[in-house]
Design a protein around this ligand. Structure first.
Ligand code: F6P
Length: 328
């Protein structure tokens, strides 16, 4: 593959997600395969502004495919939002001979990449890395599958206590703006009710659903609450509300928090990371830029970065219906 690109920089940005290390490894090894150089940029845009770079060869990424987090570290940079910050970053990239970038992150990271691409004509390709699965143009982001397995595992454990003590548990899962984790993990763990930002069914509907569960003979229940849910109450206020209106329940709250973002990536996320890394580098080498690599129907695709940023993912309505049926 003949290309004018001779050195690619790779970095992780925004919230970390399982599979980021596997994606870095893939980018590094694809560069080596095509006999071009690869440079790791530490701490996302912060490291770019400071010129905090490291040369990476295929042996530098041994034994990281199975590691959570990102060894290049990640950050959210305020300075990169300014033209002065981006100028410093550009100077460092040019100084190091880097002529294209692979950014692994979420929509905030892609926004930075898109601006940089337009401002300097700098070739950029994105790989979606976030547990939230909230990026348009792909049915799976890196880390989503692992996070689902982590959440299901945690809820299985919580269910043991719920059922031993006839308790009602409210479990909060991540998902600032979207309910993909809540809905999928909720169905996968057999939750009785799932509250997601996309569907505000109201608190009274929750009470009705709990009554229905109890009347059908259930002695314990799990309610999954996405952190961005729109009931207008946080999970502790929800507990208080239900306690006031249904004092017969023994209620506990469990906030899963950042444990959902860590851990060894699932096989699905590892394979996806390998595939996306290859596609990202080969897209740049073929002279294309300003795209995000995604997957749909098990085929990799490219979505223009501005579409990936502006577009919204849709919640699976059929899965909501399935969840309703399963809680019968
Ligand atoms: O976007 C990923 C995510 O894990 C969200 O689900 C969550 O709201 C947010 O990051 C938490 O970010 P931070 O680690 O900066 O608190």
């Amino acid at each position: 593959m003949e290309s004018t690109i001779k050195k690619i920089g790779v970095f992780t940005s925004g919230g970390d997600s399982p599979g980021m290390n596997a994606a870095i490894r893939s980018v590094v090894r694809t560069c080596a395969f095509h006999q071009i150089a690869c440079v790791g940029i530490y701490r996302g845009y912060e490291g770019m502004i400071e010129g905090d770079f490291i040369d990476l060869g295929p042996r530098d990424v041994n034994n990281i495919i199975n590691k959570g987090g990102t060894f290049l570290k990640s950050a959210r940079s305020k300075e990169f939002r300014t033209p002065e910050g981006r100028k410093k970053a550009h100077d460092h990239l040019v100084g190091a001979g880097i002529d294209a970038l692979v950014v692994i992150g979420g929509d905030g990271s892609f926004t930075g990449a898109q601006i940089f691409n337009q401002e300097y004509g700098f070739p950029v390709v994105g790989i979606p890395g976030t547990i939230d699965n909230d990026i348009y143009g792909t049915t799976s982001t890196l880390g989503f599958d692992t996070a689902l397995n982590t959440v299901v595992d945690a809820i299985d454990k919580i269910r043991d206590t719920a059922s031993s003590h006839n308790r009602l548990f409210f479990v909060e899962v991540m998902g600032r703006d979207v309910g993909h984790i809540a809905l999928n993990a909720g169905v996968g763990s057999g939750a009785e009710e799932i509250l997601i930002p996309e569907e505000n069914l109201g608190i009274d509907r929750l009470l009705e659903s709990l009554d229905k569960s109890k009347n059908s003979g259930k002695s314990s229940s799990i309610v999954i609450v996405a952190e961005g849910d729109k009931t207008g109450k946080n999970i502790f206020e929800l507990k208080d509300y239900v306690e006031q209106h249904r004092p017969q329940y023994d209620i506990r709250v469990s906030v899963l928090g950042h444990m959902q973002r860590g851990g060894s990536p699932s096989c699905f996320d590892r394979v996806l990371a390998c595939r996306m890394g290859v596609k990202a580098v080969e897209t740049l080498l073929s002279g294309e830029s300003g795209y995000m690599v995604g997957i749909r129907d098990n085929k990799l695709n490219l979505t223009p970065l501005d579409k990936a940023i502006k577009g919204h993912t849709k919640i699976d309505k059929e899965l909501i219906r399935v969840s309703d049926i399963m809680s019968t």
